[in-house]
Ligand binder design. Sequence first.
Ligand code: ZN
Length: 201
Amino acid sequence: MKSVMTMAECLICQQPLATKNSWQQLLRGQPTFELCANCEEQIHYSQEKDAIYFYNEWMKKVLHQFKFHQDIRVAAFFAKALKQKLKHYDFDILMPVPMHPLMEKKRTFSHMNAILQAANLPFQQYLAKATPEQQSKKTKEVREKVSQLFTIKTKIGSEKSRILLVDDLVTTGTTRQHATTALYEAGIEKIDFIALISAKK
Ligand SMILES: [Zn+2]
């Protein structure tokens, strides 16, 4: 994790900003998180109800910085936006969509968990990624009906719980569909979904 400098800088491109962090803010661990005017201009908000941002070249850089350099300031940026968005939802349990098994092999950092922790939002995880063995055991017919990507890893407390799934990036919507299917199969009646970023065309 990168340390925060005294001089406030754009949390994405590290350009110095006019505002400075006070020592009090730094001591409390609450540095100012701001974007420079250039980065502000690059932000595209999604027109979809269930996503916050729209994917573009700038966002691609932001995600790369976060996922591969594990930059905690980016977690704070997303955490702030997510908290705002959650005000419009009624739910009992917040649940990050587990990373795709193939992605997890490449890196161990769970960025969605990091964002929820940065937002001080408690979350639970019922979903586990299905192993290739679990996936291949199912017949073709069954595979078409049920989730191939996820299994339920813990006993679900109450089927009445309203679950809000959160994912970082939605592209085709397949992951969302699989996560939702696995939870419906486990008897959950109400499932909502939001993505930080939508790349849907
Ligand atoms: Zn910037």
